[in-house]
Design a protein around this ligand. Structure first.
Ligand code: DOR
Ligand code: ZN
Ligand code: ZN
Length: 434
């Protein structure tokens, strides 16, 4: 069915539209975007066959493109599946997911890419771009068939969860990525420096808990290395989950020097610090860990200036039993698909740090451009991946309300302002607030 959204506030960085428009969705595409009442006869052609939605007071945005998601399927279906991850994405306004390869088996071959893509088309409500591993089994020893995976529709490569510590091998991967025009998503973490440590920032808190934590340099040395490798090889590099002030600075300087680098930050890293960890609660344990005030300030500044291009989630569901093991033993990761827009609206837009249009750029348009997909736009003729957002609706994040299997969120109980009320993928409504 065609859909006519009347009088919503369109936010579209691609066309620059930032104001009240009528939007007609037909045959899965953005068919017309007009000033209200500009359709001849006050109605678009075929208007009588439309479902009409009153967009008054709502933002009409391109669907969110989340460059960093763990779907856990296959291998860890008790944490999340393609289906439950898709439901969570739709509810959070995310219409395209980049799925990281650390599943079991690892997504590390053309065959795995093909199988996963075929499954996702059937099982997941939203678009999934699969990320191929850099090394076979993510073991850091043998490079994967990057060209072969690309032929099967792989979106980009990443060793997320760790870094490839052999710089010679990683350089070779980057040379291939440059040749094949494949984006490299980098999880920056020196694997030697974390030996014997718990992933928590070294602070008063970690000392009080008797934990040996890690410091910013664990991230920073690899961020520096990877930027230099990108400079030398010409590969397109995207730094995952930047969490330190120095990584933000390095990205800015590298861009100024003309290196092909982009970066993302996750809501938890620009909202929380290690001081917010309430006790031995592993719902606050993620990798990289929560940092300090100066880091948060630098990340927010990076988002403001555009030195940091993208907000992604690093949605990393784990079971409640796993998280109950406490900070020392529990796996790293928190869920984010259902809360990222509301948290970003609350902390960035309502506090006057980003305009609604800038937020749309960071969450919808920039990630699509970096990934090289023809989405993240509400221009006429584009696929109708679109969300309706009530910018002022207050609600309380409750983990029991999540449709994701993961309930591991440090934001449980937090009041936020901004709610996704409808999500469309290729013109089909995949989520609608009850
Ligand atoms: O917190 C994290 N969780 N960081 C990662 O890099 C991996 C992820 C996971 O797979 O659980
Ligand atoms: Zn990571
Ligand atoms: Zn991750």
């Amino acid at each position: 069915m065609n859909i006519w959204i009347r009088g919503g506030h369109v936010l579209d960085p691609d066309t620059g539209r930032d104001g009240i428009y009528d939007v007609l969705v037909a045959d899965g595409k953005i068919c017309q975007v007009q000033e209200p009442g500009a359709f001849s006869g006050g109605e678009p052609e075929g208007g009588e066959a439309c479902r009409v939605i009153d967009g008054t007071g709502l933002y009409v945005m391109p669907g969110i493109v989340d460059l960093h998601v763990h779907l856990r399927d296959p291998g860890f279906e008790y944490k999340e599946t393609l289906a439950t991850g898709g439901l969570a994405a739709a509810k959070g306004g995310v219409t395209t997911i980049c799925a990281m390869p650390n599943t079991k088996p690892v997504t590390d071959s053309p065959d795995r890419i093909r199988t996963q893509r075929e499954r996702a088309k059937k099982e997941c409500l939203v678009h999934v771009s699969f990320v191929g591993a850099v090394t076979v089994g993510q073991k850091g020893e043998v490079l994967t068939d990057i060209a072969g995976m690309k032929k099967e529709g792989m979106a980009c490569i990443s060793e997320d969860g760790k870094s490839v510590m052999d710089a010679k091998l990683y350089k070779k991967a980057m040379e291939t990525a440059a040749r094949e025009d494949v984006l490299v998503l980098a999880h920056c973490e020196d694997q030697n420096m974390i030996q014997g440590a718990v992933i928590v920032n070294e602070s008063e808190y970690s000392k009080n808990l008797g934990l040996t934590g890690v410091t910013n340099v664990v991230e920073d040395v690899i961020a520096a290395r990877d930027i230099l490798l990108a400079k030398e090889t010409g590969a397109r590099l995207h730094l995952c989950h930047c969490s330190t002030r120095d990584s933000a600075t390095m990205v800015r300087l590298a861009k100024e020097a003309g290196v092909s680098v982009t970066a993302e930050v996750c809501p938890h890293h620009f909202i929380l610090t290690s001081r917010d960890i309430p006790g031995d609660d592993a719902d606050f344990k993620m990798n990289p860990p929560l940092r300090e005030r100066e880091d948060v300030d630098a990340l927010i500044e990076g988002l403001k200036t555009g030195a940091i291009d993208v907000i992604s989630t690093d949605h990393a569901p784990h079971s409640q039993a796993e998280k109950a093991k406490g900070f020392g033993e529990a796996p790293c990761g928190i869920v984010g698909l259902e809360t990222s827009l509301a948290l970003s609206m609350t902390e960035l837009v309502h506090k006057g740090i980003l305009t609604p249009m800038e937020l749309t750029e960071r969450m919808c348009h920039a990630p699509a451009r970096i990934l090289g997909i023809d989405r993240g736009s509400l221009a006429e003729g584009k696929c109708a991946d679109l969300i309706l957002v009530d910018p002022d609706r207050e609600w309380v994040i409750r983990k029991e309300d999540f449709v994701s299997k993961g309930k591991n969120s440090p934001f449980d109980g937090r009041t936020v302002r901004g709610m996704v009320v409808m999500t469309m993928v290729d013109g089909e409504i995949v989520y609608e607030e009850a």
